[in-house]
Design a protein. Structure first.
Length: 121
């Protein structure tokens, strides 16, 4: 982390008590912030972004589908899917020797699609 320049920080210690109190009262709780941190952490990787986008239409995909779609190895696809499952963003089921994944909560796809739409404008 870089050291702040003197022009980047206050030269004297003071704060707007009313404003700080008002903003503090509107801050989300730690539980909600932790959930947001998980979602945004999952969105911080380009491969996981692609995977989540692939699930945005509500489809269920197997590990091989994801590997083919992203043109990556099955092991790499499985690693990303497991990470998203561990974060409780994806759910999975086994069908014989196949493992199928889908979104646990469609709101994650809505967040992603909204962000992409905003960035495209």
């Amino acid at each position: 982390m870089t050291k702040p320049k003197p022009s980047d920080i206050c030269q004297i210690r003071c704060f707007n008590v009313e404003l700080v109190t008002q903003v503090n009262q509107t801050l989300p709780g730690d539980d909600l912030l932790e959930e947001a941190q998980i979602v945004f952490g999952a969105l911080a990787d380009k491969s996981r972004l692609k995977i989540l986008y692939a699930f945005s239409n509500g489809e269920e995909l197997c590990v091989c589908d994801v590997a083919s779609l992203l043109e990556i190895s099955i092991a790499t696809a499985s690693h990303h899917l497991r990470k998203l499952r561990d974060l409780k963003i994806l759910k999975y089921r086994n069908d014989g020797k196949l493992a199928y994944y889908s979104l646990r909560d469609q709101r994650v796809a809505e967040i992603l699609c909204h962000a992409l739409k905003q960035l495209a404008e």
